[in-house]
Design a protein around this ligand. Structure first.
Ligand code: PLP
Length: 371
């Protein structure tokens, strides 16, 4: 029995996921070097975009990464013991109501996004009589997170707050960084510059993965890439400068011959237009292989493209393997879903979504190998 770090046995699992930690590390170095003078953080939210934070975070820490981001407090608390003490962990959603003290107890830094979070943090500072460090996020145009312009004005007009808390990072987030020509990029960059001019001396951070490739004007002091670390193309339409980090192989459970007119799968959406060979693999939408790939997705057998036949089921997918040698479609044979012939972005395109969603949906039933 070959169990992975999560206890899933290789021989008994329906599919095998490989995470190439060398690729993740090399992607981090490429982002860091592209950012020249800026420090490079790593975004770990959603279990490192599905790759497994407990393995990815220490690998990047050993590469020299010293700043990490999670979305939720609870994710930050789980990440803390996986990292060296000198690594900073920012929690993007900030303290949930009543949750400020947890940050101090667990050595986490909040990103303060609205007046109520700032008020909670200030109250804790007063109570502990310490200027506790925190990041401040400003909304420069996405209307999702961060202080709205009116709230920002009120804060900046109040001279007392900087005596209570210690602002260690000023940040904002771009809405359209994956479209380099989009006018919002310059609009948000200018709004961010105007805010930073009024918060002199505090390091700034604006760039997600895509913005790292928008040029030095977007780098500031700290880059915050997530997707690009994991191989997603940060600038769709341009060649991907990053290495693929995830491979996925599923095993054939059963193969059969079908005759003209036979139907395949739920809803009878595939009707054989001639004699066909159908192979069923042990992966489905419960493993994150999206149901929207029904009749549209592909797998690869020895580099040959085989189409999905009919609907994706919860635990299985039927492939049209007509013409593939019999010896390669036997129970136990492996087919490639992610690898040399198909990237995360390719699958996302066929599924009508983005690579982020494909990665973060990856299921928990795979046997995982970290290389
Ligand atoms: C998710 C997130 C990032 C990382 O974005 P990528 O596009 O995955 O690089 C950076 N900053 C914030 C605020 C985020 O929410």
């Amino acid at each position: 029995m070959v169990a992975d770090v999560f206890g899933v046995d290789a021989a008994r699992a329906g599919s095998l996921l490989t995470v190439d930690l060398d690729a993740v590390r090399s992607n981090w170095r490429l982002l860091r070097d592209t950012g020249a003078g800026a420090a490079c953080a790593a975004v770990m939210k959603a279990d490192a975009y599905g790759l497994g934070m407990s393995v990815v975070a220490p690998a990047l820490a050993s590469e020299g990464c010293r700043v990490f981001f999670t979305a939720h407090l609870d994710e930050g608390m789980r990440l803390r013991p996986m990292l060296p003490e000198d690594a900073a962990i920012y929690v993007l959603h900030g303290p949930p109501p009543g949750g400020a003290a947890d940050f101090v107890e667990h050595g986490l830094l909040p990103v303060l996004n609205d007046p109520s979070q700032i008020a909670e943090w200030r109250a804790l500072c007063r109570k502990l009589q310490r200027r506790l460090p925190a990041a401040l996020q400003f909304d420069t145009g996405m209307s999702r997170m961060g202080l709205a312009p009116a709230d920002a004005e009120r804060l900046l007009a109040d001279p007392a707050w900087k005596d209570e808390l210690q602002p260690v990072l000023v940040m904002s987030h771009l809405a359209c960084a994956d479209e380099p020509a989009h006018a919002m990029n310059q609009v948000q960059r200018e709004r961010f510059a105007a805010l930073r001019a009024r918060l002199a001396g505090i390091p700034g951070s604006l760039a997600n993965s895509s913005a790292v490739f928008l040029g030095p004007g977007f780098h500031h002091d700290l880059l915050r890439p997530g997707a690009a670390l994991y191989g997603i193309n940060p600038q769709p339409g341009s060649p991907n400068p990053l290495r693929q980090a995830v491979g996925l192989r599923a095993r054939i459970v059963q193969s059969r011959q079908v005759a003209t007119g036979d139907i395949v799968g739920y809803g009878a959406h595939f009707v054989a237009d001639g004699p066909r060979r159908i192979a069923t693999i042990g992966i489905g939408y419960a493993d994150g292989w999206l149901r929207s790939l029904s009749g549209r997705g592909h797998a690869f057998i020895d580099g040959q493209r085989v189409p999905f036949a009919g609907n994706v089921s919860m635990d299985s997918i039927t492939l049209d393997v007509t013409g593939i040698p019999e010896t390669r479609v036997q129970p136990g044979c492996e087919v490639e879903l992610l690898g040399a012939h198909q990237t995360v972005d390719d699958v996302a395109r066929e599924a009508g979504t983005i690579g982020y969603e494909v990665l973060t949906r990856l299921g928990s039933r795979f046997h995982r190998e970290y290389r």
